[in-house]
Ligand binder design. Structure first.
Ligand code: HEC
Length: 438
């Protein structure tokens, strides 16, 4: 394979991972390499693995075409919309030597597949969500081949994709940096981890952003002098940009956009995906430990010990928080993107009899009209081990019924709660019977 993975000798990769390791000295990595998770070698059934089986059986093909190689065919085969394109120009990822502000990396995503394309890159970088094993990484060689094959990847990706930035499990991440004119992060100015909780003023350093957002400011579209301080970033020059053509030549890209709304949805989705994986792993690890303890102590393995209960409660609470957008960074003015992403996304439903859907966007004061993640419909949610899934549903029900009025959920009005409860009753299969009590 011609993939040139940065080695530990690659200066930039070293700086990047060191800055991460130092910042994360206190985090506890989840033990995902050992049974029962066995992340590195358990079989997976994500959509990319399924597609690879069809490729190998000759039931699917991938067409190669300049200048994007297998990108267009792969997105089409996996039903990933081109309108989800976002562009990142910071040298923060695998093929960083090829990424510059004039040749940014493009990312695309749908509910369970993420794809990264670098102009003239050696590989497509792919992450797919397996309902049990979480985020699984692949590469696809970008050179025209008789027989293109997806290669599963582990440590090459986990060096950056498994840390405190990904909830301690193999997962997705978005960073916001202060980039210089070459795209190199000016690390002395600091960096931010980004998800739906991040204030806009800390987002999108190192990214292009097309869209309008009123008087709010973000870090996208601009650079910092190499010895610059954070306050030197000229955020005015990067604000409310709707056309990137003055900044770079976009001819070889599938779309001219780096859509603001796509960025917001991506940054919501990746935290939920990471927490789904963390909740799944926690439940399986807790079950393993409970078995070991009960064998040692001769106790009933079906009775939850205090420590098992605490672990399951904590994992469920974190997932509920992400599903219900606890601590979402508020929008102080309406935001709009430039591509058809928002419309494509919203129309995918499912809708209840009144036409309400969790994919309806608000974009005036918050991301979603009804703040509950559409990933509750995902196979990963359905596949959660029962002890943690039951807890999540019980807690959500209590919040949505208005019984749980605790502080984290104050952003949900009585009307929000009632709307979400009704939408879920109508659209989420296999709810426990108590959800249907009036
Ligand atoms: C040097 C660190 C690093 C390595 C190694 C790395 N990535 Fe990433 N990756 C990132 C960062 C940082 C982002 C966020 C976007 C950005 O800054 O470019 C990212 C984003 C992604 C995304 C978009 C979804 C997301 O998490 O935001 C995909 C897909 C992806 N990487 C795939 C891979 C694959 C596949 C590998 C291994 C073959 C890999 N990456 C190796 C740092 C890395």
């Amino acid at each position: 394979m011609r993939l040139r993975i940065p080695t530990s000798r690659s200066a930039a990769a070293l700086v990047w991972s060191c800055s991460c390791w130092l910042a994360c000295a206190a985090w506890a990595q989840v033990d995902y390499e050992q049974p029962p998770i066995s992340y590195l070698d358990s079989p997976v059934q994500d959509r990319v693995a399924q597609f690879q089986e069809r490729l190998a059986a000759g039931e699917a093909r991938l067409a190669h075409a300049a200048p994007t190689g297998y990108l267009a065919a792969f997105l089409q085969a996996l039903d990933v919309p081109v309108s989800s394109q976002v562009l990142v120009f910071s040298k923060t990822s695998l093929q960083q030597t090829k990424i510059t502000p004039r040749r940014p990396r493009a990312l695309y995503f749908n509910d369970d597949v993420y794809v990264g394309w670098v102009p003239r890159g050696d590989v497509l970088e792919i992450a797919a969500i397996d309902p049990q094993q979480g985020t699984i990484f692949y590469t696809l060689d970008q050179h025209p081949l008789e027989d293109p094959r997806l290669q599963r990847q582990t440590h090459n990706c986990l060096v950056c994709h498994a840390s405190s930035h990904t909830e301690g499990v193999p997962g997705l991440l978005v960073r916001s940096v202060f980039p210089d004119r070459s795209g190199q992060p000016v690390l002395s100015a600091g960096t931010f981890r980004t998800d739906y909780r991040s204030p806009l003023r800390e987002r999108w350093g190192g990214w292009y952003v097309t869209g309008t957002h009123g008087a709010q400011r973000h870090m996208g579209n601009v650079f910092l002098p190499t010895d610059g301080r954070p306050e030197d970033l000229e955020v005015e020059a990067g604000a409310n940009v709707v056309d990137l053509r003055e900044r770079l030549n976009l001819e070889s890209y599938l779309s001219p956009h780096s859509d603001l709304v796509a960025l917001l949805v991506l940054e919501h989705q990746l935290l939920v995906h990471n927490r789904l994986t963390a909740a799944n792993y926690s439940a399986r690890l807790a079950a393993r430990d409970a078995q070991i303890m009960s064998a040692a102590l001769g106790t009933d393995p079906a009775v939850e010990s205090d420590s098992v209960r605490r672990r399951l409660d904590a994992a469920a609470d974190k997932l509920v928080a992400a599903l219900l957008l606890v601590d979402e960074a508020p929008l102080s003015a309406p935001v709009r993107g430039t591509s058809s992403f928002a419309a494509d996304f919203a129309q995918r439903g499912p809708c209840d009899a009144q036409g309400r859907s969790l994919r309806q966007l608000d974009l005036d004061s918050r991301l979603f009209r009804y703040p509950c993640s559409y990933l509750i419909y995902s196979p990963s949610f359905a596949a959660l081990p029962a002890p943690v899934r039951d807890r999540v549903l019980r807690r959500m029900w209590s919040v949505l019924r208005g019984e749980d009025q605790s502080e984290p959920f104050q952003h949900l009005s009585a009307m929000d709660r009632a709307n979400i409860l009704e939408i879920l009753r109508a659209t989420l299969p296999d709810l426990p019977a108590y959800w249907h009590q009036r």
